[in-house]
Design a protein around this ligand. Sequence first.
Ligand code: BEZ
Length: 241
Amino acid sequence: MNTNEIEIDEQVFSMPRIGDKAPEFKAVTTQGEINFPSDYKGKWTILFSHPADFTPVCTSEFMMFAHLESKFKKANCNLIGLSIDGIYSHIAWLRTIKDKIKFKGMKNIEVKFPLIEDISMQVAKKYGMIQPGESKTQAVRAVFFIDPNGIVRAIIYYPLSLGRNFDEIFRALIAMQTSDKFNVATPADWNPGDDVIISPAGSCGVAEERMAGTDDLECEDWFFCTKKLDKDLVLKEVLKS
Ligand code: BEZ
């Protein structure tokens, strides 16, 4: 077994970690077969799991993801959903959502991104989406952020009963893109337009320079320096593709 694999009841589950290559898979989805990550090269992907079709929290989340899909697309990010259900259940559920369900002012919501059928749990097991303490048969609410090079950049897990926060999912995506583009870090609760953090001084000389003051940096102390980063510039750079 690899270091990120665990064995439970004689089954092997792997838990991809931040910085790992995203595990490869081929899957049947509501939008046809996909090969991941090769079909998604050059784009960010949010791969997320939900416990089951025809359940209320999952339904609310799917409506939100579908409603926000164009916003994610503008940030060069595709969505892929997964649950341990079959393709006909997926199709029936998505049709029901479109035809019947209203939530937070949304109605007639059509889910156009792929929803993976994973009855065999082959993908869920590779991505640590089955967490047996929570459920042995349903995936937890996992969110994997995978970058254009197929590297896992962030992971969020929620339990079955807790619907996800979509502002945070979008904020995390834009913050990581901003870090990549401008070589900065983002502080607590950062949103575009807020000051960003520059990497801590790596030598006594740089620490001294920073404390002596430079035009564009604001230093609380030698290790804590921020700078302005224009909101329009961030949005132009990360939303341009
Ligand atoms: C739901 O999506 O509503 C749900 C699914 C599994 C357990 C609890 C809630």
